[in-house]
Structure formats: structure tokens, C-alpha cells
Design a protein around this ligand. Structure first.
Ligand code: FES
Length: 109
């Protein structure tokens, strides 16, 4: 893992399959990376409903993250908004970018 500024290299974008989530750990924190037709997004891996930890899975319809615990769904985009309860709060979206084919996440925790 190579650190640049406060961003840390996470995973090569070429290792991410469109329509799927990838589980990663950065600085001891579990995160999930979603690759959709629109881009790459990084989230804290904890469901805001009851702290269930997301793992690598297929995105529902290629664009929604579904919690395996109680079925809440979230937009796999820059908002992480709830699209189906029981969750009421959005996913914690982590600032990220792609540099030279590598997904990087901002260390701000
Ligand atoms: S823990 Fe995710 S929907 Fe309940």
C-alpha cells in the first residue's frame, strides 16, 4: 500500500468487476469498493442500519448495494442514499479517486 498525500492506494481498478462490490481493508478499516457503469465508489463497509458488515457481492441491478442482513438497499453512487429500508441513513461514502489505474481513498479518519 503506497501513500500519496493523504490518499492511500487501495486496489487496481482493473481488478474490479463492473456490477460487483469488492471488500478491502485500509489502515485497519473495512471498506467496500463498488464498480458501476458510472464509476468507482468507496464506502465504509458498515451498514448504517444495524452495523452489519458488507462483503464482496454482486450489485443489485448493477447499481444498488443490498445489505444481506435485513435487505436495505443503497445507491452505489456518490451519495450512498437509501433506496429501500429498513435503513434510514445513507452509506458512509469515502472520498476516493483513480490515479494511474489505482483506486485511492482519502485517509480522513
Ligand atoms: S443491518 Fe443492514 S439492513 Fe439491517
Amino acid at each position: 500500500m503506497q501513500q500519496t498525500d493523504r490518499f492511500v492506494s487501495l486496489v487496481p481498478v482493473g481488478d474490479l468487476k463492473e456490477g460487483f462490490l469488492s471488500s478491502q481493508v485500509v489502515e485497519g478499516r473495512a471498506v467496500v469498493v463498488a464498480r458501476t457503469a458510472d464509476g468507482v465508489y468507496v464506502y465504509d463497509a458498515t451498514c448504517p442500519h444495524a452495523d452489519f458488515q458488507f462483503t464482496a457481492a454482486r450489485l443489485r441491478g448493477g447499481c444498488e448495494i443490498e445489505c444481506q442482513m435485513h435487505g436495505a438497499r443503497f445507491k452505489a453512487d456518490a451519495t450512498g442514499e437509501v433506496t429501500k429500508g429498513p435503513a434510514k441513513e445513507p452509506l458512509w461514502v469515502l472520498e476516493s479517486r483513480v490515479v494511474d489505474g489505482m483506486v485511492e481513498v482519502l485517509l480522513d479518519w
